[in-house]
Design a protein around this ligand. Structure first.
Ligand code: HEM
Length: 420
């Protein structure tokens, strides 16, 4: 990928997806700030009724996941499949990404109205259930038609890679539709006492595979690291399959050791991601993503251990863990990706985001650790818990401000110039 230029240019397909991604990040963060306000002053719910806390939570979660977190990956796919400024590609990308955003918007309206499956991140229910899968089908058709158009270009490994990825992605709309059903994977699962080592290992591996592919597609991967990276992924998948599934306890050594194989991804991620040229403006975002990744793996494993798990489950510390993964790691990696694609000038407010995010996570971890035996103080808004929620709100405002600046940066890039 090349450095952004200041030459005047129309938006690219990736640039369009980037703008939508950052727009949703801003919207979801604004809802997050609203939720933080409601946690600090719960009486406000009486004023807002029926649009109380629980109605807003799906907007925060799903707009973050399907908007801020997913659309940068859509930007990568568009750039990868469409190539540089293809005829008609930008208009088609605009339609596909527009439908995706329309689905998120309509989903939000339905969730505020109380129409939800009740399952976290799968709230799509009733008339909203097919919306995002349909948008995904349109996007897939755009990607596939351009990958096909480019089949004559001299890039055999690129064609094979695109075909393989598109084949896997073909399953996603159907799986999303199916899994949102209330009969599938109930939100309170009577067959499980919670996340097992296997489940945590395999779901984290899914993220690792996506990151590994990203490094390959963006040309950042070290050639010699491929066999190590993908070999270790295969080995970890075998470990995940071998250790006990279902009703397994986090006291069992096999579960703990299985999950501990994730530690191997700390050196491997570094090795894999530091091979290519990359864009200078992206480097600090990659470095931040790596720092969050190290923290995530180490603290995630710690959270699973006997003693820690019992103390932290269902507390604010788990909310902190979610923000460490998504607001820390994924958001920093996504900003790096968008810089690699030339979708923003130099994204500003790097330290504002990193520091505010760290403060938010630390405050939640501290509160979660102290919750044991102090549930009533949290519930009845004791001064010390209010102070921590207040600090979290301030940090959230900082994160919101940073995301607004990025959205402006991305708009500036598509109006004034993008990577060539
Ligand atoms: C402006 C910054 C943000 C603020 C103020 C904020 C605030 C909140 C609040 C109040 C909750 C609900 C916690 C509860 O009900 O116990 C929450 C949950 C969550 N947020 Fe955020 N958030 C912010 C940014 C983000 C970002 C950037 C992401 C992801 C990219 C994210 C992902 C999540 C997730 C996954 C949860 C669910 C956590 C759980 O229940 O385990 N948040 N957030």
């Amino acid at each position: 990928m090349s450095e952004p230029t200041t030459a005047r240019a129309a938006p690219t397909a990736a640039g369009i997806a980037a703008r939508h991604a950052l727009g949703w990040l801003v919207a979801a963060n604004a809802v997050g700030v609203g939720l933080a306000v409601l946690l600090l002053w719960p009486d406000l719910n009486d004023v807002l009724g029926p649009l109380t806390y629980g109605r807003w939570v799906p907007l925060h979660l799903d707009w973050q996941l399907y908007g801020g977190c997913a659309l940068p990956l859509v930007a990568v796919l568009l750039q990868w499949c469409l190539g540089e400024r293809p005829p008609s590609g930008v208009a088609q990308a605009r339609v596909a990404v527009g439908l995706w955003s329309l689905a998120l918007l309509l989903g939000g309206v339905a969730w505020l109205g109380g129409g939800s499956s009740g399952k976290m991140f799968l709230e799509w229910h009733g008339w909203t259930r097919p919306l995002l899968p349909l948008a995904m089908v349109v996007l897939w058709a755009v990607l596939a038609s351009h990958a096909w158009r480019r089949r004559g270009e001299p890039d055999r490994s690129g064609h094979a890679g695109r075909a393989a990825v598109l084949l896997v992605l073909l399953a996603v709309p159907g799986v999303l539709y199916w899994s949102a059903g209330r009969g599938v994977y109930p939100s309170v699962n009577p067959d499980s006492g919670g996340a097992t080592g296997t489940r945590l290992l395999l779901s984290t591996l899914g993220i690792v595979v996506i990151f590994g592919l990203l490094a390959e597609i963006l040309g950042l991967a070290r050639r010699r690291s491929g066999p190590w990276f993908w070999g270790y992924a295969g080995f970890s998948a075998l470990v995940g399959a071998a250790i006990e599934h279902g009703n397994a306890s986090h006291h069992e050594a096999a579960e703990i050791l299985g999950l501990a194989t994730l530690l191997g991804w700390i050196p491997l991620a570094w090795f894999h991601f530091t091979g290519g040229q990359g864009v200078a403006a992206a480097r600090r975002w990659w470095a931040a993503a790596y720092a969050w990744w190290v923290l995530l793996v180490v603290l995630g494993l710690l959270n699973f251990l006997p003693g820690f798990s019992e103390r932290l489950k269902f507390t604010n510390a788990m909310v902190g863990h979610a923000h460490l993964a998504m607001a820390g790691l994924v958001t920093s990696a996504n900003l790096a990706v968008l810089q690699e694609l030339g979708a923003g000038r130099r994204f500003r407010r790097f330290w504002l985001w990193q520091i505010a995010c760290a403060v938010q996570i630390a405050a939640l971890a501290f509160l979660g650790w102290g919750e044991l035996g102090h549930g009533a103080e949290l519930f009845y808004s004791a001064p010390w818990t209010q102070a921590i929620y207040g600090l979290r709100l301030v940090a959230g405002l900082g994160m919101l401000g940073a995301s607004v600046a990025w959205w402006c940066d991305a708009r500036g890039a598509t109006n004034e110039g993008v990577a060539t």
